[in-house]
Write a protein that binds this ligand. Sequence first.
Ligand code: PNS
Length: 178
Amino acid sequence: MSTLAVYPGSFDPLTNGHVDIINRGARLFDRIIVAILVNAEKSPLFTVEERVDIARGVFARQSNVEVDTFNGLLVDYVARRGANVIVRGLRAVSDFEFEFQMALMNQRLNTRIETVFMMPAEQYTYISSRLIKEVFSLGGRVHGLVPDSVEERLREKLQRGRIGAPGLASPGEGPSGG
Ligand code: PNS
């Protein structure tokens, strides 16, 4: 049986921590779908189209990595895609509580889907999308922490005045998935 895994998240933006988890997932599973949540309630820095574009660019040469979007319940999307595994990244103990709750809720919603936690390489354990946006907006260097394409797009947004204002960053999002 081939294993199809889904790595869900906000990815606003994709970080090298996410990339590391996706690469690990792509080695472990036959195929991995990076599933970007379309969430109208949050006010993301990057549009869903931009986030899809970024991820597709980064994984263009990896045939077993697919980039897709989803809305509604994650387990419904996973089942619809014929997948049986949800991948989430764990960086630190602080991630654990929320991830544990989500994994058990998803298990209750669909007993056939397993959540698998993966750890990113140590150098990425402190990175989150929220911190990237905050540091960049305040003039800090994020080189090496995000793909080059993300850095370029952050720079464009800064030039257009889309970032830089206080309160830019929205909470959450790290290699756990978003
Ligand atoms: O990158 P994030 O924001 O940590 O990702 C969170 C995500 C997208 C995995 C989570 O919010 C999610 O699964 N949302 C879809 C709606 C859903 O199924 N909610 C119940 C989860 S227990």
